[in-house]
Design a protein around this ligand. Structure first.
Ligand code: SF4
Ligand code: SF4
Length: 73
């Protein structure tokens, strides 16, 4: 069961991959099929069920792309 729900503000993402290295469950990756209006490939969650809601990704992103909602239960 996912313990966190991630949403992205895709237009702010630069595809820098900084967040990827801080995710303890390794579920963040570059989405090679999605390019934003600035021309960057953006970030995606590969396995949403594995998110533990730690918010490390959101804290580390320099562009405030990621929002993490803690899920109960
Ligand atoms: S979400 Fe933030 S840290 Fe992650 S790739 Fe996009 S800009 Fe970089
Ligand atoms: S909240 Fe934690 S587990 Fe979920 S994607 Fe971000 S860093 Fe990974």
């Amino acid at each position: 069961m996912a313990k966190g729900k991630i949403t992205f503000d895709y237009e702010k993402c630069k595809g820098c991959l900084l967040c990827v290295g801080y995710c303890p469950t390794k579920i963040l990756a570059l989405d090679k099929t999605h390019i934003n209006e600035k021309g960057y490939n953006v970030i995606m969650v590969t396995d949403p069920e594995k998110c533990i809601g730690c918010a490390f990704c959101a804290i580390m992103c320099p562009d405030s792309v990621i929002t993490v909602e803690k899920l109960k239960g």
